[in-house]
Write a protein that binds this ligand. Sequence first.
Ligand code: PLP
Length: 467
Amino acid sequence: MALHHGDTDDRRLTVNPLIGDADPLGAMRLSPPVHRLADTPIPPDTAYQLIHDELMLDGNAKLNLATFVTTSMEVQAEKLMGECLDKNMIDKDEYPQTAELERRCVAILADLWHAPDPDNAVGCSTTGSSEACMLAGLALKRRWMRRNADRYAAGARPNLVMGVNVQVCWEKFCTFWEVEARTAPMEGERFHLDAEHAVALCDEDTIGVVGILGSTFDGSYEPVAEICAALDAFQERTGIDVPVHVDGASGGMVAPFLDPELLWDFRLPRVSSINTSGHKYGLVYPGVGWALWRDKESLPEELVFRVNYLGGEMPTFALNFSRPGAEVVAQYYTFLRLGRDGFRAVQQASRDVAEYLAQEIEKLGSFRLITRGDELPVFAFTTAPGMSFDVFDVSRRLRERGWQVPAYTFPEGRTDLSVLRVVCRNGFSRDLADLLLADLTRLLPELNRQPVPLKDLGVPVRTGFHH
Ligand SMILES: Cc1ncc(COP(=O)(O)O)c(C=O)c1O
């Protein structure tokens, strides 16, 4: 990685006399190198203070409306995590109770997502949705290879069908595991995959279709039930059976509580696997994710490794080996602590704030809503026609007050459209939303005085797309 401006290989940290140990002057003689290991140790308090001060430059998480990832947990959860910092998730023999909590979380999710037999559900924790998607994609590929052994041997190339709005982890999956990514572009006011376009891309080499609940770009839910129904009809017509994976990175923890009637999960027989991020609306600090399969047949046995470890035999399906156990414990804490009603209340509060803020922004008259925050508690909006400023100008000016509201351009099919996105998470209160509105309202006269968007004057745009 490149050095920062002003940095040289031999840059050294300077130690203020009062953050040193007992002897202030002695401490001043310390100047550990920044980019090299020092020859000698320094006192722990000094090391702490030097790093602590530097980290103050990181943003204020409460004002970060860009990320989906949890930025506050209860002190009791933090205490448990502190107690589990040294636990290695893979070492199930040494930490059988942590492994038991993982199994309980899998059963809870299987029940929440209506798996046919939740107590025997197949699933695992991961470092996040990306790893979970890799595992689910691998299972789809392996199942296709089994069904099409001759075609595969003869050189057929598997493909995966999805909307162009998929999160980058699916592009990674296709690149890493040599699967053709078949993406349906956006079109007009359709910003995600629909049934018609999904089926049009499928053929006998399709390992699966990915449905997203909901889209990272604008928070909208993809019509998973319609996609499944269209694939049923496709199977009747062609005999080709295409399974569906639901990427519920965010929605997997929202829809079960706020949209219980919505059919998107294992109630649909075609849905073979689902992932979610425990560290998004699962309300846990990063990084924990979950991957579940509807039954044993959906996860090819040969992908599960049985590791003989410290005297026990342990099945594992993961890309990593060692991984912290604390986040899994924290996930179990959120399940135990909140229950269904608690989760519903937390997610409803986020959705209420999202819908309120979207409506108020619409009322300002200078913006057009792309989504309204009524699916994921997330919405995207753009500038109204005829405005002399653009979304990048708004993002930049909000940043002056500490708000992080990313602005970015939509992908293939709508690269003409740039939006701002607000992710409302637990902890982003209505009071904070009102403060954001007040800042936006105050900025509008200044923005309106701009003759043209700053990018037209050659000012580089700062584009952010955070997950
Ligand atoms: C739909 C979707 N899938 C996958 C991911 C990747 O999740 P993670 O950050 O947990 O790896 C994200 C992250 O935003 C997402 O929104």
